[in-house]
Design a protein. Sequence first.
Length: 306
Amino acid sequence: MKIFDRTLVRKHRDRAAAGFTAHDFLVREVGERLADRLDDVTRRFPRALDLGCHTGEMADTLRGRGGIESLVQCDLSPGMAARAAANGRPTLVVDEEWLPFAPASFDLVISNLSLHWVNDLPGTLVQIRRILKPDGLFLATLLGAGTLAELRQSLMEAELAEEGGVSPRVSPFADVKDLGGLLQRAGFALPVVDADSVAVTYADPMRLLTDLRGMGETNAVAEQRKGLTRRATLLHAIQAYQTRFAGPDGRLPATFQIMALTGWAPHPDQPKPPTPDGASHRLSDILGGGPIDGWGGGDHCPADKS
């Protein structure tokens, strides 16, 4: 299955590499949240892999945490990897869909805002589990289904009005249930997936587009419409964004939904989830019967971009 043009993903990241530090606010914010999860684990992880390292921001965040003694960095983009290597850590150019590491190589694999561009995410997760040592930890974040909902709606309205049809201009994203099922299928023990969000506000929607380009996060959907966006379509989308979503102060929100994944490589000493036979009461009985299907999100972190 080819959802994304991986060559285009690499091109976008290469183009963004030189000026990435001017647009890395989201990677750093989410990386800090991801590292906070590592602080909650008491064991140590001497050998770690940063999968999709961008320009090395995660290495800065992980310094002194988790008992990490050796951190290997890798990124799909040669441009990103070259800048990450400046921090003196071993750095490789690696496609997340083809991991070149031996089985049981790492105590920890951590990936911050990179795996949402992978076509074969189930296959990548299987490879990640394989390169983890028994009882090794996998921590990751990727963009989820609610990301850039405001931009998506504005572009759809503009294309329908100006061009009579809609093309995939914003990447498709997975949700909590999808990702939880993929972790289980990949063989991870104790899998957990939850959703959080980062809300950023802009004075001008063009600044959002500039940030997306500067992050290397512009459209790489394989079936996207070729050619430049028509001027009339872009102007219509900007007007729709301002009309529908501007706050009382005139600023425009952009929401990034963050999916956080946690899973462990199986080990005999890990705690086992309780079996239905071992439960003395069913939750549905206590609550009066009926199916229960829900999950809770995380904190809301507002930020402003001029």
